[in-house]
Design a protein around this ligand. Sequence first.
Ligand code: ATP
Ligand code: MG
Length: 778
Amino acid sequence: MDIKNKILYDKLNERQRQAVFCTEGPLLILAGAGSGKTNVLIHRIAYLIQEKNIEPYNIMAVTFTNKAADEMKERLKGLVGHEAQQIWAATFHSSCVRILRRYIDRLGFNTNFSIYDADDQKTLMKRIFKEMPANTADLKERNVLRAISAYKDELISPSDALKYACGFAEKNNALLYEKYQSELRKNNALDFDDLINKCVELFEKNEDVLEFYQKRLKYIMVDEYQDTNTSQFRLIELLASSHKNLCVVGDDDQSIYRFRGANIENILSFEKIFKDTKVVRLEQNYRSTAAILDVANNVISNNVKRKEKKLWTDKKGGAKVKLKEFENGDQEASGILKEIASKAKKSSLNDFALLYRTNAQSRLFEEKCVNYGIPYRLVGGVNFYQRKEIKDILAYLKVISNSKDDIAVLRVINTPKRGIGETSLGKISSFASEFNINFYEACLNSWQIPSIGKTAYKIKSFTDFIEKARKELAKIDISDISDNIVYKNGDMDNFYNEAYKDTDIPDLLQSGDDKRVSDIINYILDEGGYRDYLMLEGDTQAQSRLENIKELISKAQMYKASLLDIFLEETSLIADVDTTDKSAQMLTLMTLHGAKGLEFEYVYMCGMEEELLPCTMSIASGDEADIEEERRLCYVGMTRAKKQLVLSYAKKRLINGGFDYKEVSRFIREIPPQLLDTDIKNELLHQGINRKKSVYIAGYNTNPYKQFNKSLPFGKEFIVKKSEKPDYKAGDMVRHIKFGEGEVLSITEGKKDYEIEVNFKKSGIKKMMAGFAKLEKM
Ligand code: ATP
Ligand code: MG
């Protein structure tokens, strides 16, 4: 080992080095927050390349967010230089897109498939609801999509879902799942879950493809492994099954995506699935001071289901964790932001993060940031790619790239207005389903649509517009170049030339045609009339909308028009966390989920109240596992802080025009008072500071969480209205939306509601409040 590298590895501690040097066979690195897991992973890759002479091309590192993947690439570049570009460092989703773009035709899709985001999924589901009224009455699209996603997380196909469904509701969901999948296929589209699942299916059905990738990806590493779900695990298992050089790093205490199917079993049973696994545990935390770590350890130790571990740090002492109480949410926002503004004078705003449980909590802070002139970056919320004008332009590009994408066609066919109304759209739809063709194909044959009349001219002008873009600008046929696509901002052309010196670079990339994706966007703005449409709509935001499009254009300038697919792919995979620009000085606002893996000098966690953290849903479910997940989320938040952690809560909050009295979070009460720097008296804290519970207005609420009527004066208390007596009794069978069927064991009358004890067939005995549980008598 040369001396430079020796110094590099000498900086690691004994255990970390052990993990870095153990390169062959399955390796599980299980360690708490800030113990250098990601750091080890990066050094391990450097070690493989520099000391073991492994080709960077043969190394794969998978993470969950594009930001994490970019950071990883950045740090690898620092360690191994330009070779880092050839490492397959990507998210699960973009890795799968890369594979599918090359091989999905084996599953009967075109390689230029569209990727549907949550919005597109909902639009598609709305259409299904219209088509299948009998199956969808009283249902919500969101809930059906959630059920479908749960099937997909577990790799359950529609036919298996149908086979094993019991009871009407489950059967119905399975039917809708089947319909939804067939619609996706018709549109040549995949949703996010499908990206993983189709890749698994591809590997399971095509041994040669699997072998190709097994040979290519000889060393596989997975960061944040605790958040993988069953299908992601299966994918990794398949890829690693021949060489078994799989290293996963994770922390069971930071598993926070159970609701999205993340399966903690994947960690707990790794050693069983991969025989002869070496396990390395890291216990030294390098991120936070002892004061912060002590608090976090105390909270997480209340979880029963966890692998016992204790983190330590040699950063002794440090400022105590602060706990601040505010009269109301408004004062909390002002108080916290003033403190941040004054502290930031001595350091940088980039060192500060403000974390909260739900996106909605950001609004107050954003308003105050604007008032006080504090620049902030909002991670999550309505992200750039979710804005209407951006979605419109992207939908146009999608139609140009893949005209089978009905959802995209429907979005733009009458935007700007072309006089093609709902009735005509209905006629086109019926024609399309009668002949089993796509919506756009029907448009191309508009003259044959019965009773369409003169609208046919209007439809033709739309299809002419698209066809012209396709022929003259896009000239798309990139189906066979997509392996090795790296998602990289910047000069794609150079990248290709650099990375594929020795491989078969498609002629396309070197052809003289220099039309850019930005030219297509300008064509949409000018010839498509989109610019006039924005201006004529008289929208006060027209100017800012155009600014946003300009921003998209500047990105699009980096892509040749023939790489439109790649451009679309990259934009559709951008997750919330990724749009942050590190260069500017800004305060970061984000949810606890978004903060995973990141670190900041100063962390403020606000809204530390019951019904916010833990959130209402988790309390109401009556399932202790849900509370444990919230506790892990709290732990993730706390362990982001390097120097100082500040916790805050408000005594009351304005909700629906009235004040809702809040109780301090149970997680705060789990912290030994001597570890906190606070004015609040210990006894008060431990009794729960705000004993006063929420109050309800007689006659108004059926839902106890919509407490106040707008016209009532703030803060005034009213008579409590009690929930209605349930229509079931002990011994009856009932159904719960999450737990399924169960038998009612007892019903106890409480002050506000009835407490129900149910023995669920699948998940055992649970206690829940009737008002929330919404049990349905069978
Ligand atoms: P998380 O669980 O939050 O993802 P992690 O275990 O991945 O955390 P890292 O982000 O890799 O931890 O490291 C946390 C911090 O500790 C980083 O700032 C990293 O640079 C630093 N660090 C890691 N190992 C060492 C070491 N041996 N010496 C000094 N600093 C280290
Ligand atoms: Mg990490």
